[in-house]
Design a protein around this ligand. Structure first.
Ligand code: NAD
Ligand code: UDP
Length: 326
């Protein structure tokens, strides 16, 4: 197996991170460099930005590659983290055909690369594979309830098909795969106009603008702080070859979106009001990970409570908006 599978990374272990200039990808690149890996960060800058990785550009073990995963790639690496894909509903719905291509063609290209190199490959899958779930909280054994033809389908079905491809490459080609199902993750380096709920509310509150609450705000999400999530992905990548997932990585602390809005207003000390907007089609009514598998197999559990993680995120956006950097 690859030399990069241990706790730290051996010198010269080369790790490819697709979507490396995005929110999660940039944190992952940072942690991999800290662990001693050589990192190739691949991105087409659809939602990611150079600002997220600017502090890494001078690092001797960091390399940036502008590339679109829907096209084949030939590099020599020891591990692949496949994160390339817009994650915010606003962005993945803005070019839905490209979103499906990114998930499906991107998975085929990266799996093909991994097969040629015989290296480990981890897929950033999502809680969206469960759709609008009837089972609560969601265990990995649940097959989900996804609308195949709605506005979210380009993302949900693209990610489901990517999981299928990962498991077929595993069964058919004995490829060492890892599949993480990521639940709503937030933190510094989300783009201020990313469109996801945490960044929207924090930016709106800091600007004294109304918080745009969709529906009556009774829908729930379970929010995971970025550092916890990255720790989970790294543990999964270095787990035993026999453990492939899928495994839920998320924080089981469940909140209504209205509770989130109220907490953001409290923590920012903002005078913003809540403004109600129509609920988008197919918006899941509840979401909470069952993380027993991650606890058992990876000895992983989240550490950062929402209040603490939100405070760190607010601090980040406060500084960013103060610089007029939007
Ligand atoms: P993000 O939008 O910040 O990052 C995605 C990155 O992928 C961006 O840098 C973007 O430019 C890049 N990208 C998009 N299409 C590409 C393409 N065709 N070729 C190359 N690069 C491309 O989102 P994120 O929150 O960092 O999400 C990273 C991954 O984790 C995604 O695959 C997402 O589906 C998954 N995920 C994230 C969450 C979350 O809450 N953050 C939840 C579930 C799953
Ligand atoms: N949401 C909201 N206001 C916003 C953005 C999102 O009320 O400005 C709601 C959205 O309808 C959903 C939840 O917050 O119920 C989470 O949305 P997000 O886009 O962050 O991610 P999702 O989990 O839906 O993919």
């Amino acid at each position: 197996m690859t030399s990069a599978a241990g706790r730290g990374y051996h010198a010269r272990s080369r790790v490819l991170v697709t979507g490396g200039a995005g929110f999660l990808g940039s944190h992952l690149c940072e942690k991999l460099l800290e662990a001693g890996a050589d990192v190739i960060c691949l991105d087409n800058f659809f939602t990611g930005t150079k600002d997220n990785i600017r502090h890494l550009l001078d690092h001797s073990s960091f390399e940036l590659l502008r590339h679109d995963v829907t096209f084949p790639l030939y590099v020599e690496v020891d591990q692949i983290f496949n994160l390339a894909c817009p994650a915010s509903p606003v962005h993945y719905q803005s070019d839905p055909v490209q979103t499906t291509k990114t998930s499906v063609h991107g998975a085929i290209n990266m799996l093909g690369l991994a097969k040629r190199l015989r290296c480990r490959i981890l897929q950033a899958s999502t809680s969206e594979v469960y759709g609008d779930p009837e089972l609560h909280p969601q265990p990995e054994s649940y097959w989900g309830r996804v609308n195949p033809i709605g506005p979210r389908s380009c993302y949900d079905e693209g990610k489901r098909c990517a999981e299928t491809l990962f498991f077929d490459y595993h069964r058919q080609h004995a490829l060492p795969i890892k599949v993480a199902r990521i639940f709503n993750t937030y933190g510094p380096r989300m783009h201020p106009s990313d469109g996801r709920v945490v960044s929207n509310f924090v930016v709106q509150a800091l600007r004294g603008k109304p918080l745009t609450l969709f529906g009556d705000g009774s829908q729930t999400r379970s929010f995971c702080y970025v550092d916890d999530l990255i720790d989970g992905l790294l543990r999964l990548m270095r787990s035993d070859d026999t453990f492939v997932g899928p495994v839920n990585i998320g924080n089981p602390g469940e909140f209504t979106v209205r509770e989130l809005a109220e907490l953001v207003i409290e923590l920012t000390g903002s005078s913003s009001q809540i403004e109600y907007h129509p609920l988008p089609q197919d918006d899941p009514t509840q979401r909470q990970p069952n993380i027993e598998l991650a606890e058992q197999a990876l000895d992983w559990r989240p550490r950062v409570e929402l209040r603490e993680g939100l405070s760190r995120t607010i601090e980040y956006f406060d500084q960013l908006l103060g610089q007029g950097d939007e």
